[in-house]
Write a protein that binds this ligand. Structure first.
Ligand SMILES: Nc1ncnc2c1ncn2[C@@H]1O[C@H](COP(=O)(O)OP(=O)(O)OP(=O)(O)O)[C@@H](O)[C@H]1O
Length: 385
């Protein structure tokens, strides 16, 4: 990312929509949906640390909602506040239409699945799933029926008699999920539940978890620092930064229209063109993001066109990524831009030969995302007038 950023919204550039994290925001595509969770002015301070800072958020019934952000950005604290494991410093928490701010954890209709799921090793899988119902004094026959249903839901119908040590990591995580689902909570809170799984299993479980959520229709609130995971599963994603939401949007919107350099950098790889580089390459003032897959790498400049940005530079690095090759180019205009392209036609040897060579990067102007004008003195209307 380059240094100085001057703001201003240029013409002919994709407009970003404002992050819709204001109070009362309606979840995407669900204007009629009921609200499962409503947070108003929610804060949690640990001494001088504002772990959660005046948060307003509505999560819809049946939504797969993810909280994404770097370590320490406040995601887990929000989850723990909803669950009732932490007391807020200020604000309110409403589940359905009940204000539960002052209710203890056990009196809230939510269940939590953690990364380090606690399964009792001395009990069978079925007994593990039944356990919560036993505590609630649900009768034996009903208990068994519901536990078997929950195991079916997580595709472990055949595994009830096994002991936890006879299961794989992914299967154990599914037992933890079944244990939470068996209580039929309105809301399931999941704190990095796939964090302990290897990448392949994690990817499989992402697809499966989303399918299970669709099937049961329970609201899932999912905490992760893995952007790919959030993009794969979520209806909407809130990107957290220092206890606040930077942007709240559906996955496509978040990736295609990041509202800030922080979001652009955190969700996917992004190239920032700002300041003098923007003047030279884009021909306008401002800060812009261009995604690596939108950039083409050419040997020579194409015929001039008002629809295409052209940026000459030198190849600094070529990285083979299996399905893709990633090429890092230092632009004459200053910033370093990463380009990715699928390894469909070019061989890696041909790509590697480009190292230290002069190339020309091009991208369509419509693929640039403006990071907007935070300066109220330069309103978009004034600028386009
Ligand atoms: N019990 C606590 N006492 C003091 N500080 C805390 C406590 N819990 C969290 N914090 C601080 O609050 C901030 C937010 O922490 P939180 O665990 O919510 O972040 P996170 O986004 O979930 O991070 P991670 O992805 O690492 O779990 C951090 O600065 C953390 O150090």
């Amino acid at each position: 990312m380059t240094g100085s950023i001057s703001y201003g919204r240029p013409r002919n550039v994709t407009r970003i929509t404002q992050p819709d994290h204001a109070a009362g925001t309606t979840p995407a595509g669900s204007s009629m949906a009921e609200t499962a969770i409503s947070l108003r002015g929610l804060s949690k301070h640990f001494g001088t640390v504002r772990a959660v800072d005046d948060l307003d958020l509505d999560i819809a019934d049946g939504e797969f909602f993810s909280m994404l952000g770097p370590s320490g950005s406040g995601k887990t604290t929000v989850l723990r506040l909803i669950a009732g494991f932490e007391e807020p410093t200020g604000g309110t928490i409403t589940l359905g239409d009940e204000d539960v701010t002052d209710r203890p954890a056990f009196a809230r209709d939510v269940n939590t699945v953690f990364q380090d799921y606690a399964i009792f090793p001395h009990m069978s899988v079925l007994e593990n799933v039944e356990y919560g119902l036993r505590v609630k004094k649900v009768g034996r026959a009903e208990r068994r029926k519901r536990a078997e249903e929950a195991l079916e839901t997580v595709r472990l119908g055949e595994y009830g008699a096994r002991r936890p040590h006879q299961l794989s990591g992914g299967q154990r995580q599914r037992v933890a999920l079944a244990r939470a689902l068996v209580n039929r909570p309105k809301v399931l809170l999941l704190d990095e539940p796939l964090g302990a799984l290897d990448l392949k299993l994690r990817r499989e479980m992402q697809i499966e978890l989303k399918a299970i959520q669709r099937e049961v229709g329970i609201t899932f609130v999912f905490v992760t620092h893995d952007q790919e995971e959030a993009l794969t599963m979520s209806d909407r994603i809130a990107v957290f930064n220092e206890g606040r939401i930077e942007q709240l949007a559906a996955p496509v919107e978040l990736y295609e229209r990041p509202a800030s350099a922080f979001v652009a950098g955190f969700v996917g790889t992004s190239n920032l063109i700002a300041g003098e580089a923007a003047r030279q390459v884009v021909g306008q003032e401002g800060a812009f993001v261009i995604r690596p897959e939108k950039v083409r790498l050419e040997a020579a400049a194409p015929a001039p066109s008002s629809e295409v940005c052209v940026a000459p530079g030198v190849v600094r690095e070529v990285v083979y990524l299996g399905a893709l090759t990633s090429t890092v180019v230092a632009l004459d205009a200053g910033p370093t831009v990463t380009v990715t392209h699928p390894n469909t036609d070019t061989t890696i040897d041909a790509a590697l030969e480009r190292r230290d060579q002069r190339v020309v990067l091009t991208w369509r102007r419509e693929h640039l995302v403006s990071l907007g004008s935070p300066d109220p003195a330069t309103s978009p209307e004034e600028e386009t007038a």
